[in-house]
Design a protein around this ligand. Structure first.
Ligand code: TYC
Length: 102
């Protein structure tokens, strides 16, 4: 933290505690129209999952309604939401992906 003293000099004050960066879950939501292969591709390309893991996560989302694609700092999570949503819309799929704090 920086502040000015009575003479206008800047003073640097030590922080007494450090906050951990908050993490955000990126969730995939199920729908009836997005092809399973597209969701598997998304999990591989944007969330760096291996094929077998991507298939398991996709099927869990399909059955349960939603599932965690990955956990990231806020800016990374929001970028992934924007990139995946843009890709899905470009292909005409209604896939929904959201970020929520852990
Ligand atoms: N339910 C979709 C289907 O049957 C597949 C799907 C899985 C869609 C996961 C979205 O996040 C999703 N084609």
């Amino acid at each position: 933290m920086t502040r000015r003293d009575e003479q206008g000099q800047t003073q640097t004050l030590e922080r007494t505690h450090t906050e951990k960066p908050r993490l955000f879950r990126v969730l995939l939501l199920n729908d009836d129209y997005t092809p399973m292969d597209f969701v598997v591709m998304v999990l591989r390309r944007y969330f760096r999952k291996a094929q077998p893991d991507a298939e398991l996560i996709m099927l869990a989302v399909h059955r349960k309604g939603q599932g965690v694609a990955g956990v990231y700092p806020r800016d990374v999570a929001e970028t992934k939401v924007a990139q995946v949503t843009a890709h899905a819309r470009q292909e005409g799929h209604p896939l929904r992906v959201v970020a929520e704090p852990e």
